[in-house]
Design a protein around this ligand. Structure first.
Ligand code: FAD
Length: 427
């Protein structure tokens, strides 16, 4: 059948899931409209490298127009989808434009969940988008500039709290510790690195919940060795512009709080006329079709297989994306759909240079340099685009292997409320 007569599939969200679904649909000959609120795909697992000055934002983002140009039958449209008109089978963009579909794939990913903790939404930063990672970077380096410019740079200190001891929190805290130990002393010799405090806060009695206990303990010991103040069994009760309160009464002054404590589907999805379940995720059947829907699929982080929820990671997003495309092809051929089976290839988290933990479902557990090399290799594969992969490899090589490896990528200066409050010497 010529492409022009093939059904039209709209894919909303161009993360790992949406991009893999679109590539597969293109191979199957469908007409595809890929819609994203950003004109680029983001490799989220490398955002904290951007936030700590190790990578450029452009290294971990990839033009979706270029992606579309390279896949026959795929076109890209930039818009934030705000709803679905089920009756007319159209998605509605924030620009008012409606795009009709024969099949719809929802791949909108997840966002931060602040669990209603007072002040958390206002005074913390998250790391889901390129803009958020750059904001974290500019706050860190901007603060260092302000502190280094004081008559006594070591009078006030700089404290970053990372909320949440899952993989994102551990990776972020480890990266900040590395920044403090390696890049800052070389870049800001006037600053005593001991003035920079990295605090990792976790409610549970352990870090890295999905990992084996031996790897959790290893990650904890390594972070402590790298100077991170890890506070387990600790819950945040309120966040202020310049202070964090813990349940139990203690408070600490802060310059920056990075929220890695919880995720949820975008609450706006509740208005889209689709079933929303635990964690704000879209409920799907075992073939990834949205409950009660014939032609709508949900994949990746936002999809919730009711019987066996999948982890919110890159691999499930990639695999569900490909699978949904294949099921659309089956439906088009009039063949029954299949049950999705997840092939678990393992989980990993990096702690810092030369250090990571990795475990596979077959019992393999690795820690240290080997796990770290595996982590780097896999994350380079995850990035879209040959140039981006090469740039990332070069930047990480320069960051980790070259002798003068302190050269952080800096940006604009952002003043934190605590610094603004008067600790600055304006000679
Ligand atoms: C800091 C960080 C570190 C991580 N580290 C790892 C790791 O080491 N290993 C791992 O496996 N996973 C990691 N993850 C998780 C992994 O990135 C996600 O599981 C994966 O990105 C999910 O893919 P997705 O396609 O479902 O969603 P996403 O990649 O989040 O993509 C969703 C897309 O939808 C778009 N979108 C959202 N709403 C709309 C709308 N209304 N209209 C149009 N477009 C919309 C967004 O712009 C985005 O492009 C990490 C995540 C973060 C945030």
């Amino acid at each position: 059948m010529p492409v022009s007569e093939m059904p039209h599939v709209v894919v909303v969200g161009a993360g790992f899931g949406g991009v893999s679904a679109s590539s597969e649909l293109a191979k199957e000959g469908f007409r595809v409209t890929l819609i994203d609120r950003h004109p680029y795909n983001t490799c989220q697992p490398l955002l904290y490298q951007v936030a700590t000055g190790g990578l450029n934002a452009g290294d971990v983002t990839y033009s979706l127009r270029y992606f579309a140009a390279r896949h026959q039958g795929v076109r890209f449209r930039r818009a934030a989808v705000v709803g679905i008109d089920h009756e007319n089978k159209q998605v509605i963009g924030d620009d008012g434009v409606r795009v009709g579909y024969d099949y719809l794939v929802l791949a909108t990913g997840i966002t931060t969940n602040h669990f209603g903790i007072p002040g958390a939404a206002e005074f913390t930063m998250s790391m889901y988008t390129r803009a958020e990672a750059l904001r974290v970077r500019d706050t860190i380096f901007g603060s260092m500039e302000i502190i280094a410019g004081r008559s006594d740079p070591n009078s006030g200190g700089f404290t970053v709290v990372v909320a949440g001891g899952g993989a994102t929190g551990v990776e972020m805290a480890g990266q900040l510790a590395e920044l403090k130990q390696e890049a800052l002393p070389k870049t800001y010799p006037e600053l005593d690195p001991a003035q920079v405090h990295v605090v990792l806060v976790e409610m549970a009695p352990y870090l890295l919940a999905p990992f084996d206990d031996s790897l959790r303990k290893y990650a904890l010991a390594e972070l402590v060795k790298r100077g991170v103040d890890v506070r387990l069994n600790t819950a945040i009760s309120e966040v202020h512009a310049d202070r964090v309160d813990f349940k139990g009464g203690e408070s600490i002054p802060v310059d920056l709080v990075i929220w890695a404590a919880g995720v949820s589907g975008n609450p706006a999805l509740r208005e889209w006329g689709i079933p929303i379940g635990r964690g704000g995720r879209i409920e799907v059947n075992s073939d990834l079709r949205v409950l009660g829907e014939e032609n709508i699929f949900a994949i990746g982080d936002i999809s919730l297989t009711v019987d066996s929820p999948l982890p919110q990671l890159a691999q499930p997003a990639i695999q569900t994306g490909r699978f949904a495309a294949k099921q659309i092809a089956r439906l088009h051929r009039g063949v029954p759909t299949e049950k999705f089976e997840y092939h678990n290839k393992g989980t990993m988290a990096t702690i810092g240079r030369g250090d990571a933990v990795l475990q596979t479902p077959f019992g393999l557990k690795l820690k240290g340099v080997l796990a770290w090399l595996g982590w780097i290799g896999l994350h380079i594969v995850y990035i879209l685009g040959g140039r981006n992969r090469l740039q990332t490899l070069l930047s990480l090589t320069s960051r980790y292997l070259l002798p003068r490896r302190s050269n952080a990528i800096v940006g604009d200066v952002m003043e934190t409320p605590k610094l603004r409050a008067g600790a600055v010497d304006r000679r």
